[in-house]
Design a protein. Structure first.
Length: 429
């Protein structure tokens, strides 16, 4: 049988798709592209915004229309957070959730018996353990996302993720070590550690995020170790100091901001002030050579005034993030913020988002142009004909024309120009 995956959302979802694909492959399935014909189409959903839910519904219905004789599986965060809405998507033949990803083959086998609809959404509970999950490859790439943490205990007022993912739990170091060894043996050169609240890795245990980085860096086949999205108040001076001693560690930090306004941060139930965030950025830039900072910014949160937005805008300008993911606030039922309503108009949110995106684009363009003439080391990951693309340690995209295969090689190149349309630096040897 053939199975195809369609993944929405974050790097954790991408990892879990890879994990489920390996489970099915070992059971004899052929994994194909979602544009091809398959017996099963698996939609791994996201629910972080209302738009994500809309995309999930649209894709379930799209695959049903295009493939009336195939079976549709809906899993991921949307059924976990909103089980009743997921059950109502009758176009899906099997409805499970991220807690049941380990058992996807069991649900397929159950469905195959009589082709009757299967719905089983198991809720997360306090005290749940980290579900054992390990991968051996990552979609024929040389950079792999590796999930080491799940769940979140922060309860930001706008966020449904604690419902969708449960409480913080962590992968055991020995399990991680075994996974990294296999990935390295199968050609992975760079590891990106990911989690729902990655900074909380090891909470309640005798290990932390630095230990995870060291495990990856100690593997002889791994050239680089990178971190996914981080929470600012978990990055202590000790963590910074220890990471700086690891030569394979990549000094690119994606640190969730959400807002540069202290009033808005308090309303969001974020656990830091803008000045604390500012001081963290300074420490990172002072500690790591070629440090880059990227972030997420929400605009139009409930009760965000024009002044709050300007404070946030000016903060982003001051820090000079190399990249900013900007998105408008969308109310998520079941969160504390949803009880207050949504009093910023859609038109105003769009205007603020457009202004913030324009600022971020200008900052990035200036930064990328500042690299012209410099020499950088690039780990090349992919090619299109004779054009190879890869990233610097601080996650700057670079392209190089080569008449030999350099995928998997780390090469020093000279930057010639910035292709703004493709957002890539053009280089030569």
């Amino acid at each position: 049988m053939k199975a195809a995956f369609y993944t929405l959302g974050c790097k954790v979802n991408q990892y879990e798709t890879e994990y489920m694909a390996e489970l099915l492959t070992k059971a004899g399935f052929e994994i194909v592209d979602p544009s091809e014909e398959a017996d099963y189409y698996i939609i791994n959903s996201c629910t972080v915004t209302a738009t994500a839910d809309q995309k999930t519904r649209q894709n379930v219905r799209k695959f049903r229309r295009k493939h009336p004789d195939s079976a549709i599986i809906l899993t991921g965060c949307m059924p976990q957070a909103f089980p009743e809405q997921a059950k109502e998507l009758n176009e899906a033949d099997i409805v499970i959730s991220n807690k049941s990803n380990n058992d996807i083959l069991e649900y397929i086998n159950k469905y195959e018996i009589n082709r009757k609809r299967v719905v089983n959404i198991d809720k997360h509970k306090n005290g749940d353990k980290f579900d054992s999950c390990e991968i051996e490859r990552f979609s024929e790439r040389i950079r792999a996302f590796v999930k080491i943490e799940d769940g979140c205990d922060r309860f930001c007022s706008y966020c449904i993720i604690p419902t969708a993912r449960g409480r913080v739990r962590s992968k055991e170091p020995e399990e991680l070590k075994d996974e990294i060894r296999r990935l390295g043996e199968n050609g992975i050169k760079e590891v990106v550690l990911v989690g729902i609240n990655l900074s909380a890795y090891g909470k309640g245990c005798n290990y932390n995020i630095v230990d995870a980085v060291k495990i990856c860096a100690d593997d002889k086949n791994i050239l680089r170790v990178r971190l996914g999205s981080l929470e600012p108040d978990h990055i202590t001076d000790e963590v910074i100091s220890e990471l700086a001693q690891i030569k394979k560690f990549c000094p690119q930090f994606h640190i969730s901001l959400q807002s540069g306004s202290d009033r808005t941060l308090k309303n969001m139930n974020r656990h830091y002030t803008s000045d604390e965030y500012r001081q963290l950025c300074k420490k990172l830039c002072d500690t790591f050579d070629d440090c880059t900072l990227t972030t997420d910014v929400m605009v139009g949160f409930h009760d965000e005034t024009s002044q709050d937005f300007e404070d946030s805008y000016n903060f982003v300008k001051e820090i000079g993030f190399q990249k900013v993911h900007t998105f408008p606030y969308s109310e998520r039922k079941g969160t504390n913020a949803s009880k207050r309503g949504d009093n910023v108009s859609k038109q105003e949110k769009e205007a603020r988002a457009e202004k913030m995106i324009s600022l971020a684009d200008n900052i990035r363009t200036n930064y990328m142009n500042s690299l012209i003439g410099s020499s950088v080391k690039v780990l090349f990951e992919s090619c299109d004909g004779d054009i190879f693309r890869g990233y610097t340690k601080n996650y700057i995209p670079v392209a190089l024309k080569s008449d030999k295969d350099i995928v998997g090689e780390e090469i020093e190149v000279k930057i010639l120009e910035y292709d703004i349309d493709k957002d890539v630096l053009i280089s030569s040897l």
